[in-house]
Design a binder for this molecule. Structure first.
Ligand SMILES: Cc1ncc(COP(=O)(O)O)c(C=O)c1O
Ligand SMILES: N[C@@H](CCOP(=O)(O)O)C(=O)O
Length: 513
């Protein structure tokens, strides 16, 4: 039987309509512009968590979690297990997401959750290796026994500020019946990120370098999903965290690292998450709501601080201009996934648990955002959000200082090198350690990328230290060789939906898949 957490609805819908897991993965964004969510979050008992889940491997845990959100009728146990095994066999660590415990060695209980051991050295691999295999699985099943001309094909269109793009490309390269188009803002991603995306020779992949910002790219992608005619012609698929499967796959590491930090027991844990589009920390929210006893989820932002401002004021307001920071993957004005959290808050604190009403409320907020550039929520909503979240804003200078400090004080291992996004989280963690002043708390600070991806920021912080060498200490051989490979980039001179659509059609014809 299909359980309530295995059917989905749009955050903006006020009708009874619901969708299956396969439908939401393939469709990506709801037709009304909302995001898909399971209206009911499954509860896991403390006995199951600490009596069973605490001793599972990463892959076993992923299976238990995903099973709660995907009906057996859609993916049988054996197929789901094999999808999970294949997805994490590409990681360089047997733990998939290892926890560097007590990096500062003292009694801070500061643990760094290393999420960068996948093929593209960023946390996105944890979800996108799985999503790539999931697309392939659903398409193979749909196309089984169909003649070539009748096969369903998917055109993936994604926006990136650097990391999603390469993780999506590595998850989908060479996959049958799938073409991939990734939009990124020209000049606003790091050289290694650009090399990772543009040196993949597979003919089903094309990167589009768009003159504009990440938000321009993300807006174009969402508008393309809303373009009924284009969408029905090309079956547009999503790899951004608007795709529910991204959030689902990220839940595993919250449970797994919690058990590693506490030795499999109940403990006091805060997760500190460098945040931009709110996809990563949202997975932590689901873990908490499922029953993982987390004290707080801490949103760490850079100078693009819409989330921090919202939690402090109750107003969600788009700034006029994106700040260029040392953590460019978080240079985002609108946090796409925040809409999912707002739906649960509306349901719990304004709609008396009524999903249809929550959709109506959410829809009116996002209408206001579109027409007035902002909306304000009731105090009860903010109070509800503060039960689960707190936030910290970290400046460029503090980010750089955090990289330096960790290099100097780390003992486990010594001279630990943070990427600038991770440094935003670590800076926030250190503030909390000082203000909480509670030795029983564990701080799990999420490390979202390998430092090699952000050479300029890391070198600017560390190059004056005797003995430090980026080439020897930071850069993996696999990334070193990228600069020697041929690049495949298509420049898009204007951030314009129609122009992007025509480029995609032109390139699709050339791919001839
Ligand atoms: C390295 C890195 N850190 C942090 C983030 C922020 O994560 P999220 O957008 O899920 O909040 C991103 C981009 O998404 C990223 O690439
Ligand atoms: N920081 C991201 C931006 C896209 O976010 P997503 O999580 O919604 O895919 C990136 O690196 O591209």
């Amino acid at each position: 039987m299909v359980s309530p957490s295995q059917v989905y609805r749009s955050t903006r819908s006020s009708t009874e309509e619901s969708k299956s897991f396969e439908e939401v993965v393939i469709q990506g964004l709801a037709a009304d512009g909302g995001l898909f969510i399971p209206p009911s979050i499954p509860a896991v008992s403390q006995e199951t968590l600490f009596g069973k889940w605490a001793s599972l491997s990463f892959q076993e845990l992923a299976f238990e979690i995903m099973r709660l959100y995907i009906a057996k009728e859609e993916i049988p146990d054996s197929d789901l297990k094999s999808l999970i095994q294949r997805s994490y066999s590409t990681f360089r660590s047997s733990d998939v997401t290892p926890l560097a415990k007590n990096v500062t060695g003292n009694e801070d209980n500061l643990h760094i959750l290393e999420l960068f051991h996948g093929p593209t050295y960023a946390f996105k691999d944890v979800a996108l290796q799985f999503v790539g295999n999931l697309f392939e699985y659903f398409l193979q099943r749909t196309n089984k026994d169909l003649p070539t001309e009748k096969r369903k094909k998917i055109t993936v269109v994604g926006a990136t500020s650097g990391d999603t793009g390469s993780a999506a490309i590595y998850g989908l390269r060479g996959k049958k019946d799938i073409s991939v188009f990734i939009l990124y803002p020209t000049g606003r991603i790091s050289p290694i990120q650009e090399e990772q995306m543009t040196t993949v020779p597979d003919k089903n992949v094309q990167t589009l370098s768009v003159k504009g910002t990440f938000d321009n790219c993300q807006d174009i992608v969402k508008a393309i999903f809303g373009d009924k005619e284009f969408n029905s012609r090309h079956n547009v698929g999503a790899v951004n965290s608007i795709n529910w499967a991204r959030i689902l796959a990220q839940m595993t590491y919250y449970f797994y690292s919690y058990f590693q930090a506490t030795g499999g027991k109940t403990g006091k844990v805060k997760f500190v998450v460098p945040s931009g589009n709110f996809g990563d920390i949202l997975a932590g929210y689901f873990a908490k709501k499922m029953g993982l006893p987390v004290e707080k989820l801490v949103i760490a932002t850079n100078e693009n601080d819409i989330l921090d401002r919202f939690l402090k004021s109750g107003t969600y307001e788009r700034s006029d201009k994106v700040a260029v920071t040392l953590s460019p993957a978080m240079d985002i004005l609108i946090s796409s996934n925040f809409e999912r959290l707002l739906w649960y808050l509306a349901k719990d604190y304004e709609a008396n648990g009524d999903s249809l009403k929550a959709g109506k409320i959410c829809n009116s907020w996002f209408e206001q955002l579109k027409t007035q550039g902002k909306f304000t929520v009731d105090k009860a909503i903010i109070a509800g959000a503060l039960n689960d979240f707190s936030s910290e804003r970290v400046s460029n200078a503090q980010t750089s200082e955090s990289i330096k400090k960790m290099y100097k004080v780390s003992v486990n291992p010594e001279k630990y090198i943070l990427d600038p996004h991770t440094a935003v989280g670590v800076c926030a963690s250190e503030r909390l350690i000082a203000t909480d002043n509670d030795k029983s708390l564990h701080y799990i600070s999420l490390s979202t990328a390998h430092p090699a991806k952000f050479a300029d920021a890391v070198n600017a912080a560390l190059s004056t230290y005797a003995g430090y060498s980026f080439e020897n200490d930071v850069l993996p051989a696999e990334l070193k060789k990228l600069s020697t490979l041929k690049k495949k980039i298509k420049l898009v001179e204007k951030a314009d939906k129609e122009l992007v659509k025509s480029v995609i059609e032109e390139e699709l014809a050339k791919m001839d898949l």
